[in-house]
Design a protein around this ligand. Sequence first.
Ligand code: PMP
Length: 345
Amino acid sequence: MSLPSRASYRDIPLYSPSKARCRVDLSDNTNLFGMPPAAERVLRETASSQVGRYPVGYSPDLREAVARYTGVDASRVTTGCGSDDVIDSTLRAFLEPGELIAFPSPTFVMMSYFAKVNGLRYAPVKLRPDFDIDVDGLLATGAKLLYVCSPNNPTGTVASRAALERLVEQAPGLVLLDEAYAEFARESHLDLASRPNVLVTRTMSKAFGLASMRVGYAVGAPGLVAEVEKARGPYKVTGLSERMAVAALSEDVPWMRARVDESLAIRERLVGELKGLGLSTLPTEANFVMAPLRGALAVAEKMRARDVNVRAFAGLPGIGDALRIGCGPWNLMEAALDALREALR
Ligand code: PMP
């Protein structure tokens, strides 16, 4: 007898983030400058007696801390086990299997995976040559949910305010704006979450340096947030993660801003060094740089042999092959540049 399985899952491969264990890992755009100090204190001081109890369902303390950090009311905040969980729950909350979502291409690779595991159809719409989103193309899909990531992973490029405004005005359904890298960008569009058809997701994994704790959140109208909470259910943020994220949002914002400034300075240095190697880079507002490079997969493989992990892409629409390199302390960037120089020889 064959094992039980869901028919629509049979052709979906397990998403594997290819975590090569390298000494220098610049593959996932996390904050490599250490831990936010208040969150670290909570980690050290959390009593073992607290571990045996469930956290309070729906993370009220975290919602309050996000509300203070983002300047909205807590009724407009929902949280999850990373923003992955929030995005996945949002798809389940608002779409029936078989319905259509659309997103720019290239964008966050998990979007097609989340669509598949939720039984949704999806329409990728190529970014414009200037890397802004193609608003008319996205609207023309007629999709019930439009996802936009800005700054965009993997390109680092941003959607313009004018394009986002028009998308939100004219979208037939929900706009899900992924601001995982907002803290690194010149401009945030969190204010769009005051519109009745917009959810903005954010994460503690990138600028705040808490990727392993798995905390993400979304901001939007209370009615939208309530639907996401239904789909996600309680207890997805662990008690320890909630306490650490609350500490980080309440006390570690100056630490985070200083690390962001450091990342941006290092990013500019990295761009210069890559130019020196004859590579071009896309205009980025995130803590990573995308460099189009023919044969990027093979180059990344050679870099891994030198204990440096960067992300490589093949055949991206409008871009081709490319490397995506995250920014960390300069000694890590030097190791990456040495490995890249060797790989390009
Ligand atoms: N959105 C984007 C654009 C990302 O790059 C990532 C992380 N790779 C996520 C969402 C998910 O992050 P997390 O689940 O850690 O919050």
